[in-house]
Design a protein around this ligand. Structure first.
Ligand code: WTA
Length: 643
């Protein structure tokens, strides 16, 4: 069957776009490729405020990069202060909607005041440049306020997703050695209160390094406040002024650390710095989302993940757009919540995940049909490959057939979008993230680092440093080198496989390491396994991702219990809940399969490939000669899938 024709950008769209043709894209790409330093240097000067200019654009001692060396700047200044002398001063910076339906519109000027006031609160508690904060909050305006206040003073923040457990929160507080935790009494999710302060209390009980905990009021549930350590957000604010100049920070000052799953049990603290991150967050808003002054932009992610950092908070505010922020669950109180929000605020650009789209498909197109979605002009997708059926549905029922879809590939590590169509230029092939952005030297290679020919499959890599790249892993340079820079010589190994088709389009195929992608959330096999074996009944566990219609992948855990333990439903439920406690509810395995032994090589390595085959096909093929105990496979394969 011949491949369907690519979708060309609508004519009207191309006419007004930041990049309006493939020729224009290719020219930009070539310029950047020929002289990356000149390319990024020019943009950094033109797009951002610098207190002091840099002396050297790039200092690259592989794998360690520094961008705009010697330059000083401030993210909070670039997101706020510089807009206040323009027509943007009374423009909505954030339109917020809470799950119960309460709303707030915050202008740039008002946001500036709130950020300055909260920065003064942090200052008064003794925090300053170089301090570290943990932010564990619901999706309420205080969350970006806290981030921007930290950025204003040079306090490195780490936002922890509100779905994480006390145990996961504790690990992050300790690893970052944070002295302050900023949280809220609770947040709303599916009509219920998520008790964030209670979880924080549990975590802080084992974190003596935490000197202060600031608590915003959201749900007004009963909470405990420990005298001397815990403070009420508004009481502190009442004591300070709303004037607070932005601190001049080195371009390489660490803006934030965001923990993400890796191939071992310990989460990795991805470190992003200031100058380079700012630049690419800013440029991707213009190139990929084609931002216009009058746009209302909605990235429906959670700020607890990198997508929310770059495309709810920093990117949108850098370019002075209006960013929509929604607190709650997508189908609450009814499956049309998203479409209601788009209609109500006349959203122009929607950025969401394939998992969400597949869930909406299941709910039915009668829900979007109830609302006027004609304000939309552009759609985006992120987090996992988008299957063509979901692409088509999104295009037709949400985009009304008129909106281009930008399928954006990137990672926590890359800081900003790396591979994506440009909506006014790139002919779209549903399921392909298409081409790299200017300045991003993407390649598809074999294990030796050689480019595979067009039409071939291989590992996705990035060959040259880019401004928004992560600089290291917090406190672990050796792991940074080993995980990302040593697998394939001389390049950044992203951990995904990809195919480049005959037209040069890139198709990301998914992870090649032991990282799973469940509903767009990264989970590591090792992290889940170490959580399971901590349970007193468990002897051994092996976790794999199984293809799942709705969530992309689902977690299946093979568990061997200690002698005398019962392999019944009650135990399976207890183990699922246990993972909820150890990591977070979102990480609970969909299936627990009990087995009396796990398939292993002679050297004792669990053969996950075989387990994967068992759950997908119930049969095992290929080479199993290294297996220690063949009978294990037969027993596992004979088990009935519970679904
Ligand atoms: C996957 C999220 C295919 C990929 C921004 C990557 C994608 C991981 C896409 C990073 C896409 C993200 N197409 N796969 N458009 N976007 N991925 O760190 O496996 O949470 O390595 O960052 O998600 O996930 P992370």
């Amino acid at each position: 069957m011949p491949a369907p024709k690519p979708h060309k950008p609508p004519k009207g769209f191309a006419k007004n776009a930041t990049v309006g043709s493939m020729a224009a894209y290719e020219k930009l790409y070539e310029q950047a490729d020929r002289n990356p330093e000149a390319f990024w240097g020019k943009l950094a000067k033109q797009e951002l405020h610098w207190f002091k200019p840099w002396k050297k654009t790039l200092d690259w001692k592989a794998p360690f990069a520094k961008w705009f060396v010697g330059g000083t700047t401030n993210m909070s200044y670039n997101c706020l202060d510089r807009h206040l002398t323009t027509a943007r001063k009374n423009k909505a910076a954030i339109i917020w909607e809470g799950e119960p339906g309460d709303t707030e519109t915050i202008t740039y000027q008002e946001l500036h005041r709130r950020v300055c006031r909260f920065a003064n609160v942090l200052k008064k508690l003794g925090l300053r440049k170089g301090s570290r904060s943990i932010i564990y909050m619901p999706m309420i305006p205080e969350l970006p306020v806290a981030m921007l206040a930290c950025a204003r003073l040079g306090i490195t923040h780490s936002v922890v997703f509100g779905g994480f457990s006390a145990e996961a929160l504790k690990t992050r507080i300790i690893d970052l050695d944070a002295t302050v935790v900023i949280t809220a009494d609770g947040g709303w999710r599916r009509g219920k209160i998520v008790p964030l302060k209670a979880t924080t209390d549990e975590a802080m009980a084992e974190c003596p390094g935490v000197k202060h905990c600031i608590v915003a009021r959201r749900t007004n549930n009963d909470i405990k406040m420990k005298k001397g350590r815990d403070h009420d957000w508004s009481a502190l604010e009442a004591e300070v002024s709303d004037v607070c100049p932005a601190v001049e920070l080195d371009s390489e000052h660490p803006l934030y650390v965001l923990y993400t799953s890796g191939t071992t049990g310990k989460p990795k603290g991805i470190v992003h710095t200031t100058g380079g991150y700012q630049l690419q967050a800013n440029m991707s808003m213009k190139w990929v989302f084609d931002i216009k002054e009058e746009d209302t932009f909605w990235c429906a992610a959670d700020i607890g993940w990198v997508t929310g950092h770059s495309y709810i908070v920093y990117g949108p505010l850098l370019v002075g757009t209006t960013t929509v922020m929604y607190e709650g669950a997508p189908a609450h109180p009814e499956p049309d919540r998203f479409w209601r929000i788009i209609d109500k605020y006349k959203v122009n650009i929607l950025y969401t995940s394939p998992t969400a789209i597949r869930a909406f498909i299941r709910m039915g197109e009668q829900w979007p049909k109830k609302h006027d979605l004609s304000s939309l002009r552009l759609l985006g997708s992120v987090g996992e490959p988008i299957n063509p059926a979901a692409w088509d549905w999104y295009h037709e029922f949400i985009g009304g057939g008129r909106c281009p879809i930008v399928d954006t590939w990137w990672q926590t590590e890359t800081g900003s979008i790396m591979i994506s169509p440009l909506p006014g230029a790139t002919p779209l092939k549903p399921g392909s993230a298409t081409f790299p952005l200017p300045g991003v030297a993407v390649d598809v290679v074999d294990m030796a680092g050689n480019s595979v020919p067009k039409g071939g499959e291989g590992y996705l890599v990035i060959r040259k440093p880019w401004p928004s790249m992560f600089r290291t892993l917090w406190g672990d340079k050796a792991r940074f080198k080993k995980t990302y820079w040593s697998q394939i010589p001389g390049v950044y190994f992203v951990g995904d496989a990809a195919r480049r088709d005959k037209d040069g389009y890139i198709w990301v195929l998914g992870r090649v390491d032991d990282v799973m992608n469940v509903s767009g959330h990264r989970l590591s096999t090792a992290e889940l396994e170490s959580a399971l074996v901590k349970h007193k009944a468990v002897a051994e566990a092996a976790v794999i991702g199984k293809p799942h219609e709705l969530t992309g992948q689902a977690v299946v855990a093979f568990v061997t219990l200690k002698q005398g333990q019962k392999t019944d439903d009650a135990m399976a439920n207890a183990l699922r809940d246990w993972v909820g406690v150890e990591i977070g509810k979102f990480a609970r395995p969909e299936q627990i399969r009990f087995t009396d032994a796990l398939p292993k090589t002679r050297s004792g390595k669990i053969m996950r490939r075989l387990l994967r085959e068992i759950v997908t096909s119930d049969k095992v093929s290929g080479d199993i000669t290294t297996l220690e105990d063949l009978s294990v496979i037969n027993r596992l394969a004979g088990q009935q899938d519970e679904e």
